[in-house]
Ligand binder design. Structure first.
Ligand code: ADP
Ligand code: MG
Length: 429
């Protein structure tokens, strides 16, 4: 008998028929003698509907792209109170369907099995114990009691951001010391790149926590970044698999063979490519400060106020300006933070000293990820020449031990992903 946490995303619980299929997966595990705790997302589309209601109630009219950060304008605790209700509905419905199938089940709401968060309702925060907007708090659970209870300090409901139910599920799996956390979604595993963009992408049997962490943080939304961080920290094996597969599909979820992708420690993976996957993100924006005086302390004067405003900066490039005497400073922030970043820099113009300030959102970040890079030189050079051959200009570069990211014109994002996917031998199975 194993103790499993099963998580089902929004598309997996989109309507009652889908909830019935989900229940069939839960029933299979239950009949096999496993104890199951189930974490569910809001039914697809519900969260957007709730967010729209909050905006309407507050009288806020989105100006088209929804890019502006309006969270500061209204009471985010009430936003969370409204938005967290979507998961409560799904958990009750799932419990009902399970009961109708003869499986003993009950729903538990977020406040009944509280997950420790801080009282931040507005800003994304990194440590596992902190909360952000839009946490998925609801936990549907069958048929055993929770192992730990805790309360957020302000005793209000908080949300963990889009994809937050991944993090809730892993947190629950860690707290319950579950044998595995199964993340059911609308793809049958983690692919070498987003299968919706590259048809030649293939499913990985296994991927290391470190690679999955880079994939997620560089844009592969199949798992929320913080859920992977937490799984790595607590050594929770995570199996990503499809809720659309027949519940009786053969395969061995314990080994990750035949079913889904097992996210596990690196030493549990036998075969390893130099590059395991390609990720891309379009949600970053570029800020350029032209003709900044080239003297000590300037970088601190630029990035200090941004950090005070809780704006995270990702890639940074500094070049000599046309006049040869000053520098141009380019960096990226989340698109949602662009307007605030520009405001902050405008107000600090006199202290910083620059000629002009520009912001752009027509950029994309494409990343190659693989633990094999630690022992293989030349990956970056190969990547840059392949992109150059396709006429793709690189505006900025950032690297880690197992990742190389380039910033390019958004129009070339898909071409770049396909080019790198082929270059690193990831096409086909
Ligand atoms: P859920 O609602 O179940 O949480 P998500 O939409 O958050 O599902 O995540 C699943 C989606 O992630 C897939 O439909 C796929 O388009 C996308 N995705 C992006 N990169 C990858 C990848 N490398 N492997 C698998 N899926 C990916
Ligand atoms: Mg998700």
């Amino acid at each position: 008998m194993s103790l499993l946490v099963l998580k089902f995303g929004g598309t997996s619980v989109a309507d009652i028929d889908r909830i019935r299929s989900v229940a069939a997966h839960v029933k299979r595990e239950h009949n096999a003698g496993n104890a199951c705790a189930v974490v569910v997302s809001a039914m697809a589309g519900q969260t957007n509907r709730l967010v729209a209601w909050v905006e309407e109630a507050w009288g806020y009219k989105a100006d088209g792209d929804g890019g502006a950060d309006v969270s500061a304008l209204y009471d985010c605790r009430e936003y969370d109170a409204v938005v967290s209700s979507g998961e409560q509905v799904t958990s009750g419905l799932l419990a009902l369907v399970l009961q109708s199938m003869g499986v003993s089940a009950r729903s538990w709401q977020g406040w009944q099995i509280p997950v420790h968060t801080d009282d931040a309702h507005q800003r994304p925060a990194s440590p596992a114990s902190r909360s952000t907007r839009r946490q998925r708090c609801s936990v549907a659970k069958s048929p055993f009691a929770p192992a730990s209870k805790a309360s957020p300090p302000n005793n209000r409901i908080a949300t963990l951001g889009r994809g937050g139910s991944d993090t809730s599920a892993v947190a629950l799996a860690a707290a319950l010391q579950a044998d595995r956390c199964d993340i059911y979604t609308d793809v049958d595993g983690v692919y070498t790149t987003d299968p919706r963009v590259v048809s030649k992408a293939h499913r990985l049997d296994r991927i290391s926590y470190e690679e999955m962490l880079e994939m997620a943080s560089q844009g592969a939304k199949v798992l929320q970044t913080r859920s992977v961080e937490m799984a790595m920290q607590w050594s929770v094996p995570v199996l990503v698999r499809s809720s659309f597969d027949a519940p009786d599909m053969p395969g061995n979820p314990d080994t990750g063979e035949g079913i889904g992708t097992l996210v596990c420690h690196e030493d549990e993976i036998m075969e390893q490519n130099v590059v395991s996957g390609i990720a891309y993100a379009r949600d970053e924006a570029k800020v350029t400060l032209l003709k900044v005086a080239d003297k000590p302390g300037v970088a601190a004067r630029v990035f200090g106020p941004l950090s005070d405003a809780h704006i995270n900066v990702d890639m940074i490039v500094q070049n000599v300006s046309e006049d040869g005497k000053s520098t141009d400073l380019t960096f990226t922030v989340q698109s949602a933070d662009l307007d605030r970043a520009l405001e902050v820099l405008k107000s600090a113009k006199d202290e910083i000293g620059y000629l002009d300030l520009r912001g752009a959102t027509d950029i994309a970040k494409v990343s190659a990820i693989g633990v094999g890079m630690r022992s293989h030189a030349g990956v970056a050079a190969q990547m840059f020449s392949a992109l150059a051959e396709k006429g793709i200009n690189i505006e900025a570069i950032s690297t880690s031990e197992i990742k190389i990211s380039v910033l390019i014109d958004a129009a070339y994002a898909e071409l770049a992903v396909r080019t790198l996917h082929t270059l690193f031998g990831l096409d086909g199975a």
